[in-house]
Design a protein. Structure first.
Length: 91
């Protein structure tokens, strides 16, 4: 099925299910990360993360997961719509 993760009964499915059932601890996604986490990041990344509108960490939840999966589905649909546009059916 286009845009959806393949269903499986293997270890990946088991890990996905376990991760979804784990309790989320809100305070883990709050506050500032330790400065030691930022030692080895490139200057251009540090510059982007220092901006006020930079992405912020948020706790994992069903709404966030649904939003991410919807973006992946849309990207897959967009890619399928563009298929064959450049060199024909072979691309």
């Amino acid at each position: 099925v286009t845009g959806q993760q393949a269903s499986s009964i293997g270890p990946a499915a088991l890990l996905r299910d376990l991760k979804q059932k784990l309790p989320q601890i809100e305070w883990l996604a709050e506050g500032e990360a330790p400065a030691s986490n930022k030692i080895d990041i490139p200057d251009h990344v540090a510059h982007v993360l220092a901006q006020p509108n930079a992405p912020k960490r948020i706790a994992e939840n069903e709404e966030r997961t649904a939003r991410i999966r919807a973006r992946a589905t849309q990207a897959s649909e967009d890619a399928m719509a563009l298929r064959g546009m450049l060199i024909g059916e072979e691309d």
